[in-house]
Design a protein around this ligand. Structure first.
Ligand code: MF3
Ligand code: CO
Ligand code: CO
Length: 277
């Protein structure tokens, strides 16, 4: 009985020496489903982002889409978070709470959704623009997306988490922008947040070694100004201290024998759906 409880509730099996869960082959197909639903939610919501819409309305659309597709929005009630997605506008770095605010022309926003499907968590976020982005904002968004992809390119068995952070930091700072230090990516799978902390800065050849079967997120937050953040009095909303614009993209990835599978890639190959190109 004790073993059964330990097995079911704590499930300390299959953790490696760094406390990181190593998943089995069949788990990845379950994760794929949940992650693809997160990606479809982000594809869907792109059509509704425009000046005049409230972030509450975008939240409701995401909520309904996730529920209608058999999933539970993981953020709703998570540590008291009141909504089904996070919407972070302009100088908001992350964890913005959807509400009555209406989008206006040139606003940039991150929408972050996490679906629980069949017990598996799929976590992803992208940037959107209300109307047309300013030049500065487009550059920030492009650099942030590219930094995520460079971090992902460092994922393969035998590389380290430091390799991921270094790839992101080096690219972002080379563009004279800054990487937020106060928030990080995380292990994900049958729980929302688990080991390890996936830092978006650091040094090559440091940190835990990547192994096939790890699932985690990479979700760099990049600021046009300084990296420091502060939390508003709602105890959730993180903003840049210097009020500079901030952007973020997030993918859930799996370490495979060959390298990496991006589980939350858009089925429609969208990445920032409504930026005119
Ligand atoms: N989805 C966020 C992440 O990428 C977590 C949001 S937690 C919430 O890890 F409570 F703010 F919703
Ligand atoms: Co995440
Ligand atoms: Co997220």
């Amino acid at each position: 009985m004790l073993n059964l409880i330990k097995g079911l509730l704590l499930d300390t099996n299959n953790l490696n020496k760094d406390g990181i869960r190593i998943h089995k082959e069949p788990d990845i197909s379950e994760m794929r489903k949940s992650c693809q639903l997160a990606a479809e939610t982000l594809d869907m919501i792109g059509d509704y982002v425009e000046p005049g819409v409230t972030t509450e309305r975008l939240n409701t659309l995401c909520h309904e889409f996730m529920i209608d597709n058999g999933s539970i929005p993981a953020t709703l009630g998570y540590r008291g978070f009141p909504k089904s997605c996070c919407i972070s506008l302009n100088h908001v770095v992350c964890h913005g709470i959807p509400g009555a605010k209406r989008l206006k022309e040139n606003d940039i926003l991150n929408i972050d959704v996490t679906c629980i499907l069949g017990g598996w968590f799929g976590d992803s976020s992208r940037m959107y623009v209300a109307g047309k982005a300013t030049k500065k904002a487009s550059r920030l968004i492009e650099v942030t997306h590219e930094s995520l992809m460079r971090g992902i390119s460092a994922v393969k068995p035998g590389n380290t988490f430091g390799d991921i952070g270094a790839a992101i930091q080096q690219f972002v700072e080379g563009k004279k922008m800054s990487v937020v230090r106060d928030f990080c990516g995380h292990g994900v799978g049958r729980s929302f947040h688990s080991a390890p902390n996936v830092l978006h800065f650091g040094h090559k050849n440091t940190g835990a070694v990547l192994e096939q079967g790890m699932f985690f997120t990479i979700e760099p937050m990049v600021n046009l100004g300084r990296p420091e953040t502060k939390i508003l009095s709602d105890n959730w909303t993180a903003v840049t201290k210097d009020k500079s614009l901030s952007a973020q993209f997030e993918h859930t990835v799996a370490v495979t024998a060959e390298g990496v599978e991006i589980l939350t890639l858009s089925p429609d190959e969208k990445f920032f759906p409504n930026i005119a190109t």
